[in-house]
Each structure stands twice: as C-alpha cells, then as structure tokens.
Design a protein around this ligand. Structure first.
Ligand code: GLN
Length: 264
C-alpha cells in the first residue's frame, strides 16, 4: 500500500480493497484528518507514529514516540531464536528480553512459545507502558513480566543470581554516538535512548556479553541484533568472554545483522 492508502484505510477503518470497491467522498472531518497526517509526514514524522500502529511478526503493535519502531530485520532474529530453541529446549522456556521497547520481541516469542515465561526489561518506564499495552492487545500479558530497570544495574546487583534463563535476547541501542547526527530525519524522531550505543556503538554489548553467562542456564544462549560493521569487534568480545559457540547471521541485504552465542 502507498502511504496515502495506509492513511486512508486508518481514517476510514477499512481495507485497501474497500477504498476502490466502494469509494465514498471523505467528510470534512476525515479530510482534515488526512491533511493533518500528510502535514506531519512532511515534517518527517515516521508514518508508523502517525498511524500509531505497525506490524511485526504478523502481529499488531501500538507504537508512538515513546518507543523504537520495530523493524522487519528484527523478525529474522525472532525466527532464528524460534528455530534454534525448538531444537534445543522444547517450549517451556525462560526468556529475558533486554531493552524491550514496544515489547515486539518478547510478545512475538510469547505467541510462538505459549508455555514460555518472559521477563521484559527496559530503562524507560514510558516504553514499558506501551509494551504492557501491546501485551494486552496480543493477549500474552499472563506470560510476560515487565520490569523497569537498567540492565547494567541489574547485572551488577544480581551477579550471584541463579542461572535461570534459557535465552537472553536484545536488540540494544547500537548506533555510535558520532553517527546519530547522520541518521535519516524520520529515524531521528525515534527515542535517542533506543538508538545511542555510546562512542563506538558497543556499550550495551560489553555489558550484555560480559554478564550473560551469570544468567544463562547450561545450553542457554544470547541472541542480539547488531549494526553494520560490528561483527569483527563482537567476535572478539564474545571470544574474550568465553563464548565458544557463536554464529552471525545476515539480513536481507547480506549484511551481518545478528548473532546467537552459547557460553561454556
Ligand atoms: N526490542 C525493541 C525492538 O527490537 C526495542 C529495541 C530498542 O529500543 N533498542 O524494536
């Protein structure tokens, strides 16, 4: 669908085919709504924020400027986790989603593993409010516990915690701070907290890779999305932290986009 078709189907609450099969002129109020949407788009507001919704993994998610807009490449990460864990553990998984944002990863996994228990954490209470609503919309709130905390603090305080997760997953902020200014204008509308990965973009991986082993069950794994050009540094970081079994996977453009790693 074109952007205009998406706006019209949202305003008229209909399918694309209805736009053409039963065309009816817009009321004054609907015309005003459309003009307002087009104006916001001209000001580079992402279309998903204007429509307040997006699709991820065949599910509907509410999105607004409190959360990062789920991206199609993140679906590949979810697919690979499902493929890998169906082989490894069966369905009764314990999963930790670090930096859950809109809750897209946690909720897609909850839908796929209906017996899984998931802890979804975020440093932003605003984002967690959106994620909780998405869990309700997708009927998985009984499976997901939303926790307001900073993984760095969590990791330090719970260093001696029992190993208890089968999967730790994260799509962390991974843009190097100096590159933030070069992002497309609509991406700049998304929360800085969800994008800024520190001077070299690797701040969150250092913490995740450094601490994951304290939280993973034997045979458990860490699964992360990554940015272009980070594979080499992350390979080193994983090796330095006793991850022996790890694989990087490419996205649709054949760029390394995520990894799965098991600790010894
Ligand atoms: N987990 C969310 C996503 O994959 C949010 C990620 C983030 O805010 N960096 O879209």
């Amino acid at each position: 669908m074109t952007e205009k078709e998406l706006m019209l189907t949202a305003i008229l609450e209909c399918d694309r085919s209805n736009l053409y099969a039963q065309p009816t002129p817009l009321s004054a109020q609907q015309t005003e709504k459309l003009q307002d949407m087009e104006e916001r788009r001209r000001r580079n507001e992402p279309l998903q924020y204007i429509l307040r919704t997006t699709d991820f993994f065949g599910l509907k998610f509410k999105v607004d400027p409190r959360v990062l807009i789920p991206r199609p490449e993140t679906e590949l990460l979810v697919e690979k986790i499902i493929e890998f864990s169906s082989r490894q553990h069966g369905a009764q998984l314990r999963i930790l989603d670090v930096g859950t944002g809109s809750g897209n990863i946690a909720i897609a996994l909850a839908k796929s593993f209906i017996q899984a228990r998931i802890v979804a954490m975020d440093i932003s209470s605003d984002a967690l409010n959106v994620a909780r609503e998405n869990a309700r919309i997708n009927c998985v709130n009984h499976q997901v516990d939303f926790v307001h905390c900073d993984f760095m603090e969590f990791a330090e305080n719970y260093r001696e915690a029992e190993k208890r997760f089968d999967i730790i997953v994260s799509n962390p902020p991974y843009i190097a701070t100096p590159l933030l200014a070069t992002l497309p204008l609509d991406v700049k509308e998304e929360p800085n907290l969800a994008l800024d990965g520190g001077e070299d973009g690797l701040d969150f991986y250092r913490v995740l890779i450094g601490h994951a082993k304290y939280f993973l069950n034997d045979g458990g794994f860490l699964a992360c999305e990554i940015a272009d050009g980070q594979k080499k540094s992350l390979t080193q970081l994983l090796a330095d932290n006793h991850f022996t079994n790890f694989t990087f996977y490419n996205d649709f453009r054949e760029t390394p986009r995520f990894f799965l790693a098991q600790a010894i």
